[in-house]
Design a protein around this ligand. Sequence first.
Ligand SMILES: [Zn+2]
Length: 204
Amino acid sequence: MVLGVDVGGTKVAVAAVEGVTATHAAEHPTVTVSADALLDGVEHLVRSVIAEAGEPEAIGVGVPSQIEFATGTVETSVNIPLVGVPLREELGGRFGIPVFVDNDANCAALAEAHIVGESHLLMLTLGTGVGGGVVIDGLTFRGAHGLGAELGHIAVSPDGPSCPGNCPNRGCLESYCSGQALERDATELATDKPDSALATRLGP
Ligand SMILES: [Zn+2]
């Protein structure tokens, strides 16, 4: 049995995983005031699941960030305060068992490949942003600098709208079909059509 930890911008979710079955799922709002406070919150939730499910062999952590996989250090992160944090080392020290850290979309793609039994797979995760992971020959594709695949930031149209968040590019996939893009388009539409149901929902 291993523990899977999903650190999101709004909540942290933890479950015990055997094969492709997750049990003892628990979640808690993400504490975003500081890296230490966030790690304390994760540790507390993980310990509560261990108390119910027993001691795991290892812990896998997915974060909405670019990760240097070899060291488990967070390189960039838009929604959670973990930039520069050696997450694998920090959590490994707290629990005394092996910890693996990866980008959450890479984790989702690898999990999906195991669940459906495919060794080649591309996965898009649609939420606040657009995440993407690629599995080739059963392994996570990491690209030239280890920060792949980040499919949400493929340019669909070079003259398109500015990408939401910290991305400096225009016309990324994420700037068209993420939760943030839908909110932007809906707000524009409501402003253009003040008598519409959408405008009524938006309010003054
Ligand atoms: Zn982008």
